[in-house]
Design a protein around this ligand. Structure first.
Ligand code: SAH
Length: 363
């Protein structure tokens, strides 16, 4: 039985239809009620049991008493005046807060979700990890980030990126459950091809995911072209050598046919020289892949400096000259605390009551 972390009641928004059927039968109800309940949870995105009008009052009461309906509470919304990106802070039932981002592109609407409250991976430039890991998120808490944002904006979510706070491979089972649920036609029916999961490189989990093939795009946080530099930026590099990480990515490509996306955050004076661009090209040569360059978003607790747009362009040109596909990530919502975990962190140190909507520039 899938339970919540805080009160250990059945977490019904995290359950597969078959699991709901079992629960409903144990309640002495007819099996078809499970499908009605599933639709309330995932198609109509109910926030309360009271709304579930085609279920009897007796069943709604029983569900309310014996199960948990996980619903996220939006506590803050920041809207970028530069590009319309919106950042949301949600409060979880146990008081933890997490952040998610809404972005509108020509090719559709994207939501970037968090997979953990906090993170224990310790990447040096990342704000999500500064206070370590609070806890994993349940599948329902990942789904709810999408459902609530879609309800608030009134728009459909076309793409999902698991690139918010947390390391999805460190919360593997819940993330796989989330992927199963979000792609079901009976739920949101988001196409697997429109989902990207980003990892700092937990090798056994990448291989496991390749074998299970959930059909999503894998993004690998590379950030350096040699083990020594990578170790200075990412503690996980001490556990897994680059050669092992890359062969796990090759295995993912072999098994799934999906091109790997390599993320490379450009940090001034650390990994941004022409020599590094050459090293990176040599490392990835012959691989069907894509490099996503991200000028590092400075975090005030850390000393790292970012690179200029021009410098990033030069780095990109060098990769392209060597036959490596590369783009520079558009910096979305920079005016609203763009980098992972920054908004959550500032909210935690300056906790406010109620729901707040802030247009940047009016702050
Ligand atoms: N744990 C996952 C998801 C992290 S966030 C992972 O490591 O891939 C998504 C990407 O943003 C990762 O590549 C991460 O390294 C990068 N990132 C985090 N903080 C950043 C910052 N301040 N500037 C630039 N990139 C950052």
């Amino acid at each position: 039985m899938i339970e919540t972390y805080w009160n250990h009641l059945p977490d019904i928004r995290s359950m597969y239809l078959e699991e709901l059927e079992e629960l409903i039968l144990a309640f002495g109800e007819k099996k078809f009620r499970a499908k009605q309940l599933f639709e309330w949870l995932h198609k109509k995105r109910a926030a309360t049991f009271q709304e579930m009008s085609n279920l009897s009052a007796a069943l709604r009461d029983k569900l309310a008493e014996k199960t948990e309906l996980v619903t996220l509470k939006p506590v803050q919304e920041l809207i970028s005046q530069v590009d319309g990106t919106r950042k949301y802070l949600f409060e979880l039932a146990d008081g933890n807060v997490i952040e998610s981002v809404w972005m509108e592109y020509k090719h559709g609407n994207s939501v970037c979700i968090s997979s953990q409250a906090g993170c224990r991976m310790g990447c040096r430039f990342c704000a999500s990890t500064l206070n370590g890991l609070e806890r994993n998120l349940t599948a329902s808490e990942m789904l709810e980030q999408i459902y609530r944002i879609s309800s608030i904006t009134g728009k459909r979510v076309d793409n999902v990126v698991i690139m918010g706070s947390g390391e999805p491979m460190d919360n593997y089972d819940n993330v796989m459950r989330f992927l199963q649920l979000i792609t079901l036609p009976l739920a949101d029916g988001i196409s697997r091809r429109n989902i990207t999961l980003s990892t700092c490189g937990l090798v056994p989990r990448i291989r496991q995911m390749a074998d299970e093939n959930p059909g999503v795009t894998l993004a690998l946080s590379l950030h350096a072209a040699d083990d020594e530099t990578r170790k200075t930026l990412m503690p996980i590099a001490r556990k897994y050598a680059l050669s092992d990480v890359l062969s796990a990515c090759d295995y993912y490509f072999e098994k799934t046919g999906r091109r790997i996306s390599y993320e490379y955050s450009l940090v001034k004076g650390v990994n941004d020289t022409p020599q590094e661009a050459d090293k990176l090209s040599a490392l990835l040569k012959g691989r069907n892949c894509h490099v996503n360059l991200i000028p590092v978003n400075p975090v005030k607790e850390r000393e790292f400096e970012t690179v200029t747009r021009k410098h990033a362009e030069q780095f990109k040109n060098m990769l392209e000259k060597n036959g490596i596909n590369a783009t520079i990530r558009r910096e979305m919502g920079r005016d609203i605390q763009g980098a992972c975990g920054q908004l959550r962190r500032s909210y935690k140190t300056d906790r406010k009551e109620g729901f707040e909507c802030t247009e940047s520039g009016n702050e």
